[in-house]
Design a protein. Structure first.
Length: 330
């Protein structure tokens, strides 16, 4: 609008007689300006958010929406300040999916009541066990007359029978295996074994040595006393119980040299273990015998000199050298 038009309109509005005409002229002029402004806005390309600028988004609340702008107020409030509709704080509600019924929560299983029954006895030693605990068991049984031989450290049929005898006399189940109940009863009735009780030299006294055993390094073996004495220059270093072959496979007598040592030997004739074997005459040797440890003198060898104390014969094996003498006599 030209400046002359603005001045004319002002003059017309200010004159006394033409007030009604002047007001109508101003209104027509304002409407024209608004129409031009509307055409100017509508000519340009509209972006995706154009409608959103003109129309406030729907509210998610239950309050009624604010009235939209009209050409008469142009977005102005009563004070003339521009008001802006705040954006909704929560998104519009959307149709929710149908809710599935909640699955029932299974009830917890009933709590098991603790058993008041005493735990069953635990087996500590049984047939086939070996070691220092077996040796102590045998020594304690011997103190009260249930084991009639020297401890060997091997739990065989003789030991099992001794345990069975002890259990039967004490009113417990006679299994032959040493369980916690049996062991506690045995401890209450016996004392701690001495070193000699745990590891006696032999079951019988060592025989008077043959004169051939008095010099040098000699395995001095007496068939009469059934003992072996390891001697060096006439002094007994160690002694152990031994057994011999039967009448059909007798152990040879005489003086022989040790010619071969075999720690983990197995007999090729009888397919039986011969640990710590010290061969002195053909296939005959001094060696440990698990059968002798388990069954005592109830059996016999096939000609070898059996030792039933594994620890003693193992120590002997380490000390004896090839060439040392073996003397077997009555």
């Amino acid at each position: 609008m030209a400046d002359s038009d603005v001045g004319a309109a002002s003059d017309a509005y200010g004159s006394e007689g033409g007030g009604r005409r002047s007001g109508r002229a101003v209104t027509v002029a304002a409407a024209g300006v608004l129409a031009m402004a509307t055409l100017a806005v509508g000519c340009g390309p509209q972006g995706p958010g154009a409608d959103a600028l003109r129309q406030p988004p729907a509210r998610a609340t239950t309050a009624p929406p604010a009235p939209s702008s009209s050409p008469t107020d142009d977005g102005k409030g009563a004070t003339g300040a521009v008001t802006t509709e705040p954006a909704p704080t929560t998104p519009p509600a959307s149709p929710s999916a149908p809710q599935q019924p909640a699955e029932p929560v299974p009830a917890p299983p009933p709590t098991a009541r603790p058993s008041t029954a005493p735990p069953p006895p635990r087996v500590l030693l049984r047939t086939g066990s070996e070691g220092p605990h077996v040796r102590e068991l045998q020594a304690r049984l011997r103190q009260i007359g249930h084991f009639g031989r020297t401890p060997t450290g091997y739990y065989g049929t003789v030991t099992a029978e001794a345990v069975r005898s002890f259990q039967a006399k004490r009113g417990t189940e006679a299994t032959g295996a040493t369980d916690t109940v049996t062991w506690r009863k045995l401890l209450a009735m016996t004392r701690t074994p001495t070193a000699d009780e745990l590891d006696p030299p032999t079951e019988r006294p060592v025989a008077e040595p043959d004169e051939r055993c008095l010099t040098g390094r000699v395995l001095c073996i007496s068939k009469k006393s059934r003992t072996l004495a390891w001697m060096i220059d006439g002094r007994v270093v160690s002694a152990m119980d031994v057994r011999f072959g039967s009448e059909y496979t007798p152990t040879r007598e005489g003086e022989f040299p040790v010619f071969w040592k075999s720690r983990d030997h197995v007999s090729t004739l009888y397919d039986t273990p011969m640990p710590y074997a010290l061969f002195f005459s053909g296939g005959q040797a001094v060696h440990y015998s698990a059968d002798f440890a388990a069954n005592g003198y109830g059996g016999a060898s096939h000609g070898c000199v059996n030792v039933r104390d594994k620890a003693k014969v193992a120590a002997l094996f380490d000390q004896v050298k090839n060439g040392d003498k073996v003397v077997i006599y009555w």
